[in-house]
Design a protein around this ligand. Structure first.
Ligand code: GTP
Ligand code: MG
Length: 317
């Protein structure tokens, strides 16, 4: 009897179909206009939305321009510099590789670098940074974070994993103004490492940074890279991104780990091996960029509103 039971069980185990890899409807809506939108239409829609978020102060002289600062931070080798290259690649016939990206035993990016584009995202600066390591005394020094978001650290500063910047350093800005500060932090984490179980040390460091951001009313979003390595369906066809169960689950896990809203977690595949750029690949990258620009713009608007109220109060006194 037991032998018969085992034989039947084995038969069903062998013939049972594998669990589905894709959902029957997309788990994220990418366009307000519903599912009938073509990738090209969606790309155009996103570009229009991004253009609306660009500040209209480009006629001012360079030294008076008020650029919006987006800081990239996250574990070493997560794809931070590749994300910068990917978003800067938009509208070029070939890929841009301005931000040094690659693999090495410690952080490939060692200095604070900023990238500004005339095309996209116009009026914004994206700052690349040394990556986090799980152990102390390696990678980005956590005590540099507050100084960095407050605008105390100038572009070109070479990070020191053993100690934070001091005010005697020539890259230390003593009295930063609002436009030297960071207006949004984009945390970048590999989706593969999320699925494998991100090391607790990374979670603790990122949660500490989020607490600092909350105290300073600086918004953040989270980007999950390397979704092509997470899900073979997405590797074969990037348009399956928002149908992939593995990607959906990684987004949910990231939300739980970092206490960030699901809508603020953006899965992407960076341009790494590709020689050209493609509409289908641009879409998740543009969604992420738009998400960061949107919360940064809201931060700027809060600041301007506060200034206006202060001015009104001064005039009334
Ligand atoms: N398959 C795949 N590989 C990626 C992706 N993004 C980045 N990579 C690869 O991951 C490695 C690290 O990428 P970087 O962009 O240098 O990562 P980083 O976070 O800037 O790294 P550090 O500066 O060292 O902290 C490189 O070999 C990239 O080619 C992605 O979306 N998919
Ligand atoms: Mg880097």
């Amino acid at each position: 009897m037991i032998r018969l039971y085992n034989a039947v069980k084995d038969y069903f185990l062998q013939t049972a179909s594998p669990p589905p890899k894709l959902t029957t409807v997309p788990w994220r809506e990418t366009s307000k206009r519903g599912m009938g939108v073509t990738p090209l239409q969606l790309e155009m829609e996103l570009i229009q939305q991004i253009k609306k978020l660009q500040p209209q102060n480009r006629k001012q002289p360079i030294h008076q321009r008020q650029e919006i600062n987006l800081l990239i931070q996250g574990p070493v080798s997560a794809g931070k510099s590749s994300f910068i290259n990917s978003v800067l690649s938009y509208k070029c016939s070939s890929r841009i590789t301005k931000a040094g990206a690659g693999s090495c035993s410690d952080s490939y990016t060692k200095c604070l670098a900023d990238y500004t584009e005339e095309e996209l995202p116009k009026g914004y600066r994206i700052f690349d940074c040394m990556g986090l390591e799980p152990t102390d005394r390696k990678g980005f020094h956590i005590n540099d974070f507050e100084l960095l978001i407050e605008g105390h650290i100038k572009t070109g500063y070479q990070f020191n994993h053993l100690s934070p910047i001091t005010n005697s350093n020539n890259k230390f800005r003593k009295t930063p103004n609002f436009w030297n500060k960071m207006h949004c932090v984009i945390f970048v984490v590999s989706a593969v490492s999320i699925q494998a179980g991100l090391q607790a040390e990374y979670v603790i460091k990122i949660n500490d940074m989020q607490k600092t951001l909350k105290d300073q009313d600086i918004p953040s979003i989270l980007i999950l890279t390397k979704v092509d390595e997470l899900c073979d369906e997405v590797e074969k066809d990037i348009t399956k991104m928002f149908w992939s169960i593995k990607v959906r689950d990684a987004v949910q896990t990231a939300k739980d780990l970092f206490g960030i809203e699901v809508a603020s977690v953006y899965p992407v595949k960076n341009y790494v091996k590709d020689l050209n750029i493609y509409t289908e690949m641009n879409i998740p990258l543009l969604l992420a960029l738009k998400g960061a620009m949107h919360v940064a713009e809201a931060k700027i608007n809060r600041y301007k509103e506060r200034l206006r109220q202060e001015n009104d109060e001064d005039n009334n006194n």
